[in-house]
Design a protein around this ligand. Sequence first.
Ligand SMILES: Nc1ncnc2c1ncn2[C@@H]1O[C@H](COP(=O)(O)OP(=O)(O)OP(=O)(O)O)[C@@H](O)[C@H]1O
Length: 250
Amino acid sequence: MTGSALLRTRGVSRRYGRGSALVRAVDEIDLAVPAGQTLAIMGPSGCGKSTLLHLLGGLQRPTDGEIWLAGHRIDEMSERALARLRRHHIGFVFQSFHLMDELTAVENVELAALLAGQPPRRARQRALHLLDRVGLADRAKHLPSALSGGQRQRVALARALSNEPLVVLADEPTGNLDSAATLEVLRLFEELRTAGQTLVVVTHDARIAAVADRVISMRDGSFADDSQLTGSGSGSGSGSGSGTVYGGWR
Ligand SMILES: Nc1ncnc2c1ncn2[C@@H]1O[C@H](COP(=O)(O)OP(=O)(O)OP(=O)(O)O)[C@@H](O)[C@H]1O
């Protein structure tokens, strides 16, 4: 029914409004993301990239179609089950970081690990380990307000990994960053790709697309080009993935 893909959609649509005001933000999309694949979704403003990412992460519900993650149909789940799925199995990274201002870097990461059910001692150890992995061991006790944009996004990435997610979903992760900070995040994405982390990233940045296994271009709610099918795009095109093992990220 769901095939072997980790993440799959079948005829998924999200429409807003009706009549002459109808917007087909996402229009009958079929997508299969194998475990371990790094997928970049690109396209002009308003073509439906963020909406698709939100559907994949159970942050929004489709108006039609099916969404499957690891063999579970998520579009039919209760709100409670969806919240649990997000806490335990999905890592989110947003353009505006969404860190808690009153918590330190390590507390932000630790909180997500605690919410995913890790015991306090392990959650703290994991948070410190992940901050070290993103090069911020010496900033663990800093509040977000004392960090640069690039450092905040690296904390957000550590937080996204705190629950050992099946998939990381990133929405314009470098949209608010300068060039140097973008390169730092890019390096981390490359490490994640090498470690076999499944990653779907919405981006306008061709440098991120260039390190992805697969690049999909969207237009008006549909896929206009898929490098996995056409061999086009800037990704390396392996697309086969290497499982959900994190290697050095564990
Ligand atoms: N809550 C909403 N109500 C009505 N229309 C919406 C809503 N959210 C999004 N849309 C419309 O859906 C379409 C897709 O929006 P979406 O944010 O997914 O695009 P995007 O490709 O991510 O754009 P950008 O690159 O500018 O972030 C747009 O036409 C947008 O105006």
